[in-house]
Design a protein around this ligand. Structure first.
Ligand code: XMP
Length: 536
């Protein structure tokens, strides 16, 4: 296999560089700047592993002139494989190789017109002389490093791109990886496929083939346990491992009573259809009992998380010969937990299976560790998993437990499940011309977009207040449900969706008419931040 290594100096868009390289069908890996995966030479010296075909140095919020800015030893990296510096990366090379970097008068941020002077250079093949690029920097390169040639400029940034021929270094002050750089993808392609000489043969199919072969070797005749959640990651991980070791993979799917209406039965049937060796455990009573009298959101999360571990553990104990615990960890989780800025407080901080591996004393296997979310989806499709399962909205581990605000009771759960069922079903039926959400995978395949595809995540919340209404001649005093629908990329920020009025009208009507206990429906029009996606 061939790899491109991206060294992360902390830029917000480093992951995007990784994505862009993979879109060229070349496998890329992101490492914090000080964790380059060196090999060892015969004399114990650091070497660049043979499969590394090129190195990209990312941008950074730091200035190269700061004393505490992130640093690498360039002599260990350059001259061996081609190197591309982007923004901070470009400045870092200039600053450390005889050039000069100074604070700009004004911070330059936004679109700029790039003029290529080295039109015949490989890096600009297929790129017009003038094109738009995206700039975001406070410092400027005021003197090029030793041996460098200027290859492109903008009206305000003279040294927008340079090259050091004898060291095989290219450097861009702008960000080729972002969408606003018109020919950025082309330039990255020229670097990765042209200059680094990558073949571009890393595809979903080759990933599956290589991973299955590797899992067979790693797991042999061992037995493996995996917790299915109904979500995309655990499902794809299960099918992949099942392909490698068949019935030796034991899947456990727990019904915590907090899943959507019919979800447990439907998804369990789908898992069995896929040929998975799966045990469905109905533990809803245990979860409800654990939630009795608990109304604080964190308290509920803890109660649900603890019960899950207990239930899962006692099921897992029955599989006496298991040596491994499989998990659906994906690449963004891996990068986040080792990022330059340190583990960030993200979605994962409230995952409900934390602590499980330690308790179970099993070895961990994570076949999706190297994939981004959409690559996981594509892998799932290539493995034959149904579209409905693959294009599911995210759903929190504690489920409806955190969407019944306050104490969770059987009756409140019933009301919420019914209302939510109507909302989500109507959403699936409604065809829209809104654009597909970033996880709107179904749309990629069918061309037709339902509201469900246009929304990144949707859910219904049962509020702990009753209000007065009138039905027929009678006064009612019943609950309110809030509908939520957001678009997002990663859940960290989110925008509420402008759902069509006729859709909202229909859903509201259906819920109030059909769900006993609800007389009012609201739509949540708050963005994150300052609100969050969930209400608890
Ligand atoms: P918030 O509410 O923080 O949610 O804006 C961001 C994303 O995380 C999901 N979420 C959770 N997922 N356990 C989970 O597994 C949790 O306790 C939890 N709380 C929120 C939420 O659904 C959204 O996708």
């Amino acid at each position: 296999m061939e790899r491109i290594i991206i060294l992360d100096f902390g830029s917000q868009v480093t992951q995007v560089i990784g994505r862009r390289v993979r879109e060229l069908n070349v496998y890329s890996e992101i490492y914090p700047f000080d964790k380059f995966p060196f090999g060892k030479g015969a004399g114990g010296e650091k070497t660049i592993p043979d499969d590394v075909k090129g190195i990209i140095l990312s941008g950074s919020p730091f200035s190269v002139r700061d004393a505490d800015s992130p640093k690498v030893n360039l002599s260990e990296l350059v001259g061996k494989v081609p190197v591309l510096g982007i923004c901070y990366g470009a400045q870092y090379i200039a600053y450390n190789c005889g050039g000069n970097v100074e604070a700009s008068q004004t911070r330059e941020y936004g679109r700029a017109e790039l003029t290529v002077s080295a039109t015949g250079d490989k890096i600009f093949e297929g790129v017009p002389v003038k094109s738009q690029v995206w700039m975001s920097h406070g410092d400027s390169i005021t003197k090029l490093p030793d041996g460098a040639e200027l290859i492109a400029s903008t009206p305000t940034v003279a040294n927008a791109a340079y090259k050091i021929r004898e060291k095989n270094i290219y450097a861009f002050q702008y960000h080729p990886e972002v969408f606003h750089s018109q020919f950025g993808g082309k330039m990255l392609g020229n670097f990765v496929l042209g200059i680094c000489g990558c073949k571009g043969d890393w595809t979903t199919e080759s990933f599956i083939e290589a991973t299955v072969a590797q899992l067979k070797q790693q797991l042999g005749d061992d037995h493996v346990i995996l917790g299915l959640s109904g979500g995309v990651d655990s499902s794809v991980a299960a099918v992949l491992i099942n392909k490698a070791i068949g019935k030796n993979l034991h899947c456990i799917f727990v019904d915590n009573g907090l899943l959507r209406k019919n979800e447990f039965e439907d998804v369990l049937a789908q898992y069995k259809d896929m040929g998975l060796n799966v045990i469905g455990v109905d533990a809803s009573e245990r979860f409800l009992a654990a939630l009795e009298g608990v109304s604080d959101p964190e308290g509920k999360r803890k109660a649900i998380g603890k019960t899950f571990i207990d239930v899962f553990d006692s099921e897992a104990q029955k599989i006496t010969n298991a040596k491994w615990l499989a998990q659906g960890t994906i690449y963004p989780d891996v990068i986040e937990s080792s990022s330059v800025k340190g583990p960030s407080a993200t979605i994962k901080s409230h995952h409900n299976v934390g602590g499980l591996p330690e308790k179970m004393n099993l070895k961990i296997v994570e076949p999706l560790r190297s994939l981004f979310k959409d690559e996981v989806r594509r892998t799932g499709r290539a493995l034959g998993i149904k579209r409905e399962l693959i294009s599911r909205h995210p759903f929190p581990g504690p489920g409806l437990g955190i969407r019944v605000l306050g104490e969770v009771t059987r009756e409140k759960l019933r009301i919420l499940k019914e209302a939510d069922y109507i909302y989500i079903n109507e959403m699936r039926k409604y065809i829209t011309d809104l654009p597909a959400a970033s996880n709107g995978f179904a749309a990629e395949e069918s061309g037709e977009i339902s509201l469900y595809d246009a929304v990144w995540q949707a859910g219904t919340i049962l509020l702990p207040v009753k209000s007065v209404g009138v039905m027929g001649d009678e006064r009612t005093y019943e609950y309110t449900v809030a509908l939520r629908a957001v678009v997002s990329n990663d859940g960290m920020t989110a925008d509420w969706v402008h759902l069509p009025y006729d859709f909202l009208a229909k859903v509201s009507n259906e819920i109030i008419n059909k769900v006993k206990g609800v007389n009012r429906v609201c739509y949540d029009i708050s963005s994150k931040p300052p609100a969050t996606i969930e209400w608890e």
